[in-house]
Ligand binder design. Structure first.
Ligand code: C2E
Ligand code: MG
Ligand code: MG
Ligand code: MG
Length: 276
């Protein structure tokens, strides 16, 4: 209970989240051994090119099936991983897995696709982040343009540090996107300072299309600004056709969401997109 464990243990849980774990400390101790017990896997969600309907990129989303408590949502365990520092090992594991798929798929002759990986602030700001990325690319002989890192504004706390890391990544040739765009508190000036390739419009804006005119004005502005800055723009959380129609009208380049596909297992992706 809150009383026994102290309120701070519960600060990461939102009301709309449920987990079988009785408390955060127990979740953390299970998470600590999740890699060793082979409980983690990666699902891939296709990103649709809204002008051609082609699929040339996917987002990697972590899944945790705990042997005792079952599936746990990343919205619950990622904050625990971040706070405890476990995100470093878990994050390395995700990057390694994704690079391993790329190697396997290339060897099998599948067409090249880009895979985006979510990066937590602690992972991003680690001193050797760009080097770790480079090591993984080299180890599996992956074309750098086929790897994308998704960061959020919460990673961009220090201007010089952020610029330095992003410049290193740019130099490597990996693709960089800003996730959950529009929900942070940063000044927009970072868009001209940093070498960024893509903006991902947060799904909360997409969910409110046709519900709220102000919201629509914001989406139009984000898309138009992205065009003017030469950035690619991706809409997250597309569930309805009218949302697609709206996004196409304002020339949003890419979209992802349940309308097209939920995040799929790697086997399902191979079957659906590479083998025919
Ligand atoms: P995100 O990076 O913004 O990922 C998008 C989330 O929206 C995913 O939830 C995805 O399954 C969900 N989604 C996709 N399409 C739709 C849709 O049409 N409707 C709705 N309602 N949701 C949709 P998921 O997989 O539960 O991940 C939640 C968050 O956990 C991610 O948000 C990301 O911040 C974090 N996360 C997931 N995997 C990783 C990882 O490997 N590393 C790190 N650091 N964070 C991760
Ligand atoms: Mg993401
Ligand atoms: Mg997002
Ligand atoms: Mg998010």
């Amino acid at each position: 209970s809150v009383k026994e464990h102290g309120r701070s243990h519960f600060r990461y849980f939102r009301d709309d989240m449920t987990t079988a774990f009785p408390n955060e400390a127990l979740m953390e101790s299970h998470l600590r051994r999740a890699i060793e017990f082979d409980e983690l896997s990666i699902h891939l969600q296709p990103q649709i090119d809204l002008t051609t309907n082609r699929i040339d990129s996917f987002e990697a989303l972590l899944r945790w099936n705990n042997r005792k408590f079952g599936f746990v949502s990343p919205a619950q365990f990622i904050p625990i991983a971040e706070a405890s520092g476990l995100i470093i090992n878990i994050g390395d594991w995700v990057i390694e897995e994704v690079c391993r798929y790329q190697k396997e798929w290339k060897d099998l002759g599948y067409r090249p696709v880009r895979i985006a990986v979510n990066i937590s602030p602690k992972q991003f700001r680690r001193e050797d982040f760009a080097r770790k990325i480079n090591d993984a690319l080299n180890k599996y002989d992956v074309e750098p343009t086929l790897l994308e890192v998704e960061i959020t504004e919460s990673s961009m706390t220090n201007v010089n540090e952020t610029f330095s890391i992003l410049s290193d990544l740019k130099h490597l040739g990996v693709h960089v996107s800003v996730d959950d765009f529009g929900t942070g508190y940063s000044s927009l000036s970072y868009l001209k300072k940093y070498p960024i390739d893509t903006i991902k419009i947060d799904q909360s804006f997409i969910a409110d299309i046709a519900k709220d005119e102000k919201n629509e004005a914001i989406i139009k502005a984000i898309i138009s600004m992205s065009h003017n800055l030469g950035l690619e723009v991706v809409a997250e959380g597309i569930e309805e056709l009218f949302q697609v129609a709206f996004l196409k009208r304002y020339r949003c380049q890419k979209g992802q969401g349940y309308l097209y596909n939920k995040p799929l297992s790697v086997e399902a992706v191979i079957e659906q997109y590479f083998v025919n």
